[in-house]
Ligand binder design. Structure first.
Ligand code: FAD
Length: 624
């Protein structure tokens, strides 16, 4: 049966990628269909109920800056907020929120249901309608045919999903959900390169059976951080603490004694797991010298007693899981509410995608999320937004849009994936971004909201709030450079007290702000200045960061400009990278393997730093 309405864009899968894709496409005015297995699981967190963290909050803020849902849903569902790396530089500072998974899901569903141009339909997609190497629509497993100009596939861990608990296996997309096998078979028949990855999750625990007096309490930050640029503390529900527990030698002995019953170590699982989110059996095996690992005991929500023990993801048999959990101090009587498990699934080699996330072999078909070999809600959401907006642009017969590596973590993510591919679940880190001083979480809106507005992604409310903030920052920065402190004045004496050095000449406030001992709040208290500075903390923070780091930021911008001038410089095919002096061995090997065609291509290889590119440039000049 043909569904009576035609759509501009169809998005398959209502997880983190699919919801951002559908919302982005609909915001841009495209009639959009979100086709998903189960409406009750829209926006479901398959694993830990947390959003953000290092490198990841940068993506959330970029999604938010482009009008996406994840940041606001986090503010509506977040029950504990912290800033990680708070004492370090702003480039690596990151916001992390523990979420109430029910409230988070409800917030996402609310946004989807209230989004104009968006239709939601519950059915499993079983086939794609492909004609002349171009996708034309989707057929559900019950035979309903939907037609559209472009299709975005966001099926997560569901394609050919196999769940492992010890040596027992069952088919599933995640615990409690069916796999997507018909679609997996159809995709395997198309010319994409496909492989298997795996990920895992810990058993969940009933809080009523935990002795919290034996655990270390970890409260959230005060004042409470906020995730979205449109968010506020008033949006947050009640805030609660997490707790910290520790594995011990007995825990490790139990795990080691049962490794032969682990599907990973007995060779049953072939897919590679996330290196930076390893299972507890992996940690105990790989770091044999460590006698203890931290376990963060995180609440799953305000209306449930379930806890998520972050750090003991496992696919060991259930009888071993019980012993492992109960070997931990404070968890001696713990009742497990759901067993931990590992899941293996199909993913497609992202090198078969364009920067827009359109597949190279089938026109108008886009892939986003875990299907591209990534792990994490934030990585999925960011790709979903990009794929959704490009699917919409394709339907509107417009050119693709994507940010560059120096503009956004989203640019880094997509460029890494499509240039280098991935052999293990890819997660974002600040270290992956060579221009991380420019790509801070505090300035994602300044980097992207204007582009988002032009793309049709940013609504009037967000645009008005952003424009007001941007203007306030510009005005305040300009004003600080016109306010002078004279030597010998009471203000100068206060500055000398703070910095330990007297002012020997007059200084404007923007220059004083560059000093490490002074922050914006100190200036606000100077005699003659007090009461005149801005009160909006986001504006004050931006003015301060821009003043303090301007030198470094300018240097990074200079490197980008220099690289742009040399982008097209060809790299000779016979160049022996192993002999280029000044490069690290790792970079030499990466270049030798990838054999980039131009300097720009070399610069895009993950781990090839701007400094390495400069060395290559000098080397090329010497050869001439
Ligand atoms: P998903 O969130 O999986 O959403 C896929 C959606 O597609 C679902 O709604 C599904 O119902 C729907 N769907 C699938 N097939 C079809 C179809 N044929 N028709 C219609 N709808 C369909 N991430 C981490 O960062 N750290 C971790 O430790 C971690 N552990 C994990 C452990 C497990 C067991 C699982 C399952 C996931 C884990 N993840 C982890 C990954 C995280 O859940 C994903 O990265 C994220 O959810 C990916 O988002 P997505 O939108 O790509 O897919």
């Amino acid at each position: 049966m043909n569904y009576p309405d035609r759509f501009d864009v169809i998005v398959i899968g209502g997880g983190h990628a699919g919801t951002e894709a559908a919302l982005a496409s609909a915001r841009m005015g495209c009639q959009t269909l979100l086709l998903t297995h189960n409406i009750e699981t829209l926006g479901q967190m398959s694993c830990n109920p947390a959003i953000g963290g290092i490198g990841k909050s940068h993506l959330v803020k970029e999604i938010d800056a482009l009008g996406g849902a994840m940041g606001l849903a986090t503010d509506l569902g977040g029950i504990q907020f912290r800033v990680l790396n708070a004492s370090k530089g702003p480039a690596v500072r990151a916001t992390r929120a523990q979420a109430d998974r029910i409230r988070y899901k409800a917030a996402i569903r609310g946004m989807l249901e209230n989004q104009p141009n968006l239709t939601i339909f519950q059915q499993a997609a079983g086939d794609l309608i492909v004609d002349n190497d171009t996708v034309r629509g989707v057929v559900t497993e019950t035979g309903i045919r939907f037609h559209a100009d472009s299709v975005v596939l966001c099926t997560g861990t569901f394609l050919g999903g196999v769940i492992h608990i010890g040596l027992d296996q069952s088919k599933g997309g995640r615990a409690g959900d069916p796999p997507s096998n018909a679609l997996a078979e159809r995709l395997r028949a198309l010319p994409f390169r496909v492989d298997r990855l795996k990920t895992g999750t810990p058993p969940r625990i009933d809080a009523k059976s935990v002795d919290f007096s034996q655990l270390e309490e970890q409260p959230g930050d005060s004042p409470t951080p906020v995730m979205s640029y449109l968010g506020s503390r008033e949006m947050h529900p009640q805030q609660v603490s997490c707790h910290i527990a520790h594995t011990n030698q007995h825990t490790h002995d139990l795990i080691l004694a049962n490794l032969d019953r682990s599907p990973m170590y007995s060779g049953v699982i072939e897919g590679i797991g996330p290196r930076y989110c390893p299972s507890i059996e992996d940690k105990v095996h790989r770091f044999a010298d460590k006698s203890s690992h931290q376990v963060f005991i995180e609440p799953e929500g305000l209306d449930t007693h379930e806890l998520y023990p972050n750090g003991i993801s496992t696919s060991l048999p259930f009888d071993v899981q019980i012993q492992v959990v109960r070997s931990i101090k404070g968890l001696e009587n713990a009742h497990i509410t759901r067993p931990g498990y590992a899941i293996e699934y199909d993913f497609f080699d992202p090198r078969d995608l364009r920067h827009s996330l359109e597949t190279k072999f089938i026109h108008n078909l886009f892939f986003a999320g875990q299907i591209n070999g990534t792990t994490g809600y934030e990585e999925a959401g960011a790709q979903g937004l990009l794929a959704g907006l490009n699917a919409a642009r394709r339907a509107q017969e417009l050119d693709a849009w994507y940010p560059r590596r120096d503009e956004a973590y989203l640019g880094v993510l997509v460029d890494d994936l499509i240039t280098m591919g991935t052999k293990e679940p890819y997660r974002m880190f600040t270290s992956r971004a060579e221009y991380r001083l420019l790509l801070r979480e505090d300035n994602a809106d300044l980097r992207l909201t204007e582009a988002g507005r032009e793309l049709g992604l940013v609504d009037d409310t967000r645009w008005a709030a952003f424009s007001q903030k941007r203007e306030a920052i510009e005005q305040e920065s300009a004003r600080l450079s016109t306010l002078w402190i004279q030597p010998g004045s009471p203000a100068a004496e206060q500055v000398a007290e703070k910095t330990g050095a007297p002012l020997t000449r007059e200084y404007c406030l923007s220059d004083l702000l560059k000093r490490p001992e002074l922050n914006y709040r100190d200036l606000a208290n100077l005699p003659g200045i007090e009461g005149t500075l801005v009160t909006d903390p986001a504006v004050a923070e931006q003015v301060q960061i821009q003043a303090k780091y301007q030198g470094y930021i300018d240097r990074q911008q200079h490197e980008i400009d220099k690289l742009k001038r040399h982008e097209a410089t060809p790299l000779p095919a016979e160049l022996d990278y192993l002999k280029v002096e000044g490069l690290s061995n790792e970079i030499r090997q990466k270049l030798a393997e990838a054999r980039p065609e131009t300097l720009a291509h070399a610069a895009r290889i993950s781990g090839v730093t701007p400094a390495a590119v400069s060395i290559l440039l000098v080397h090329l000049k010497k050869r001439r």
